[in-house]
Design a protein around this ligand. Structure first.
Ligand code: ZN
Length: 97
């Protein structure tokens, strides 16, 4: 490259331009990979918010809150679980008193 000896400033500028281009490509790569990760993370977060897991105190199983039956301040997987649990509580109260 003949111009390096004649014009070292131009050579330096070209080098700087090369480094800058490389950095821009690197940044684009990082940006794309991070946005792709967000894309993968997004639906999972939405699922967590939309389907909050609750514990059925009767059968000790986790289920989505929008599928659960809410009764007596607890979430149950079925009406049968709710009935058994409520009966158990009532029995517990009567045993105590
Ligand atoms: Zn249950």
């Amino acid at each position: 490259m003949f111009f390096i000896d004649r014009d070292p400033i131009l050579a330096f500028r070209l080098l700087l331009l090369f480094i800058l281009t490389y950095l821009v490509i690197l940044l684009i790569k990082v940006w794309f990979s991070s946005s792709r990760k967000e894309h993968l993370r997004w639906p999972q977060e939405r699922d967590d918010k939309g389907e909050e897991m609750v514990l059925d105190p009767q059968c000790q199983s986790y289920l989505a809150r929008n599928e659960a039956i809410f009764s007596h301040g607890y979430y149950f997987c079925s009406e049968e679980c709710a009935r058994i649990f409520v009966r158990r509580i009532e029995r517990g109260y009567s045993e105590k008193s």
